[in-house]
Design a protein around this ligand. Structure first.
Ligand SMILES: Nc1ncnc2c1ncn2[C@@H]1O[C@H](COP(=O)(O)OP(=O)(O)OP(=O)(O)O)[C@@H](O)[C@H]1O
Ligand SMILES: [Mg+2]
Length: 305
């Protein structure tokens, strides 16, 4: 169990003249919930398909759950929701899940229960006996998510799992992903919805043109970025104190100091209070993942090389 969930060592994948992945090295530990991000064509889906053994590397090596990529036994321990999902339209939802329970190696005596559990987790219990061709796109995506969760896989790969979901569905996916992680599964979540990734992932890997341009815990990738304060009874002395910490800007009732080292926030509050200011709220500012993402992928080539 101590081998990482995914370990890629300099994997290059070319499709004809297109280089989808360029010497990608990647390590995902067991139990991590990692967001795999990047603009269209960055290589995210290709990376996921390599993990599954659906495409082979042009060069380089990789291991998944301790076995070389493509290993069939390891593949049985992976759950997968494809980006472009489609299930047999003539089957009922329950039948799709039962079929996949069998494919995932769930023991015959457990299949009905595993199917019922999956239906419940993705909110399709009351549509279980309807054929897939009657399903909306979001309902089909929920079904796909149910398929990916069957048999409690050790590694779950979700390629844009919320692309067709309404806000309730997106909240459900966050809960599903967290509970999978809580039982020890490793989850790779590939998404363009950066606010969602921010809410759920421990770590992000940002790909651009087949290379990793940023990777690490969210707080490292998106650096701490100042403080926002709501203060009343602020006099000139208070204003001078604030300006001593850094550039101050005002936004309605709120004051911001940016940049400011987060470790200095208690000092700012104490200094304000000492001048008679009344502090009602303090929010450590953090740049958004979206702002950081845009900064990284629009940077001139040489900076990201
Ligand atoms: N089967 C294929 N044949 C030829 N080229 C491919 C194939 N699959 C992917 N590519 C190319 O590889 C590159 C990476 O594609 P990939 O699907 O991995 O990107 P992505 O990051 O998942 O993008 P998106 O956000 O649009 O889903 C693109 O240039 C794409 O055109
Ligand atoms: Mg993709």
């Amino acid at each position: 169990m101590s081998s990482p969930a995914i370990e890629f060592d300099g994997i290059t994948k070319r499709y004809g003249r297109t280089t989808a992945l360029d010497a990608l090295s990647l390590r995902v530990g067991r139990g991590e919930l990692v967001g795999l991000l990047g603009p269209n064509g960055a290589g995210k889906t290709t990376a996921v398909k390599l993990v599954l053994g659906l495409v082979r590397p042009t060069s380089g090596t990789g291991h998944v759950l301790g076995a070389p990529i493509g290993d069939r036994a390891a593949r049985a321990r992976i759950g997968y929701l494809p980006e472009l999902f489609r299930y047999q339209p003539w089957l009922r939802a329950r039948e799709v899940l039962t079929l996949h329970a069998e494919l995932a190696g769930v023991a015959p005596g457990r299949r009905a229960a595993a199917t019922a559990e999956a239906l419940d987790r993705v909110g399709l219990t009351d549509r279980a006996d309807d054929p897939v061709h009657d399903f909306s796109k979001g309902m089909q995506q929920r079904l796909g998510l149910g398929v990916a969760l069957l048999g409690e896989p050790e590694l779950i790969l979700l390629d844009e799992p919320t692309s067709a979901l309404d806000p309730v569905g997106r909240t459900d996916v966050r809960a599903i992903v967290r509970s999978a992680r809580d039982r020890g599964a490793t989850v790779i979540l590939n998404s363009h919805l950066l606010t969602e990734v921010e809410r759920v992932c421990d770590r992000v890997v940002i790909l651009h043109r087949g290379r990793v341009i940023a990777s690490g815990p969210l707080d490292e990738v998106v650096a701490a970025d100042g403080v926002r304060l709501r203060v009343s009874d602020l006099d000139d002395a208070g204003r001078r104190v604030l300006a001593g910490f850094g550039p101050v800007s005002t936004d309605g009732d709120w004051l911001s100091i940016r940049p400011l080292d987060a470790a200095r926030i208690p000092e700012v509050v104490a200094a304000l209070v000492a001048t008679g200011g009344r502090v009602h709220a303090v929010e450590p500012g953090r740049g958004s993942l979206e702002a950081r993402f845009l900064e990284l992928v629009t940077a001139p080539e040489e900076e990201t090389a």
